[in-house]
Design a binder for this molecule. Structure first.
Ligand SMILES: [Zn+2]
Ligand SMILES: [Zn+2]
Length: 265
């Protein structure tokens, strides 16, 4: 997956406050990357509105907080685009104090404390792209965590914090599946069971099980045919084969019942 980097000039960033701007990072290695979220309500929006949102963040940080620039090193929208904030060469001001800002890059996902609180698959992959970029070009070390590590804050929220401490894995949802899943993953209860299931994961798992069982049944059928044909002249081979095929057919019916899901019994 290629990094979808949006440079400052492309999102219409104001220049950092002159004369000095944020302190330049030296050449020494950073420990790693800290993940942030907005900490305010956020609702998802179409991508043509994301750049304006990042400009608004920069204005809050410069005009409201009095910082020299947007606080984050990078900002990742829900569509997986990576907006260049202070970038790779300048110290961020988002981690809480100078020592923490010096230690780790700051990457913020556009995820709220209410509204949209769980990053969609494209954003998960964009966050991963940003972390990889900091490591490859920064340089950032292997450490990955959240703003709340070593600083009193709820940031980056539970979803992103858990993701960061799982090592920041990519989403295994492919783009094709995402198109099919235009609405968020639905939770469903089936056959009166209370426990909600991720419908898509359940269906994918079931179809894999059916494929595996069909392969097993086909292999068994071939083996039984071969054995039956070797039984000899004093045995009615056709009768044996027919009996075996009936047994296999019964087994297939049972298999279909098993993979259809739990019953109420
Ligand atoms: Zn934060
Ligand atoms: Zn976007």
């Amino acid at each position: 997956m290629a990094l979808k980097l949006v440079r400052r000039s492309e999102w219409g960033a104001r220049d950092y406050r002159l004369p000095s701007g944020a302190t330049l990072y030296g050449n020494e290695r950073r420990r790693g990357v800290k993940i942030h979220y907005l900490g305010t309500p956020y609702s998802d929006r179409t991508h043509d509105r994301c750049a304006a949102y990042v400009r608004q963040l920069q204005a809050q940080h410069m005009d409201g907080n009095g910082w020299s620039d947007i606080g984050y090193s990078f900002v990742v929208c829900t569509h997986g685009y990576v907006y260049e904030g202070r970038g790779l060469r300048r110290r961020n001001s988002a981690n809480g104090n100078t020592t923490l800002n010096d230690q780790d890059y700051a990457v913020c996902g556009l995820v709220g404390s209410s509204g949209l609180t769980v990053p969609p698959p494209a954003q998960v992959n964009g966050l991963r792209d940003a972390v990889d970029y900091c490591r490859a070009q920064g340089p950032a070390g292997d450490w990955l965590g959240g703003h709340r590590d070593g600083f009193a804050t709820s940031c980056p929220g539970d979803a992103l914090y858990t993701w960061a401490h799982a090592g920041g894995p990519r989403s295994n949802t492919t783009p094709e599946e995402e198109d099919d899943m235009a609405t968020p993953v639905e939770l469903w209860s089936y056959k009166g069971k209370d426990e909600p299931q991720d419908a898509y994961a359940y269906l994918r798992g079931t179809s894999r099980k059916i494929d595996a069982l069909a392969t097993q049944v086909a292999a068994l059928t071939a083996t039984v045919r071969t054995l039956a044909s070797q039984l000899g002249d004093d045995v009615d081979t056709a009768t044996v084969v027919a009996a075996v095929e009936r047994a296999i057919a019964d087994a297939v019916v049972q298999v279909n019942v098993d993979v259809t899901g739990p019953t109420n019994s």
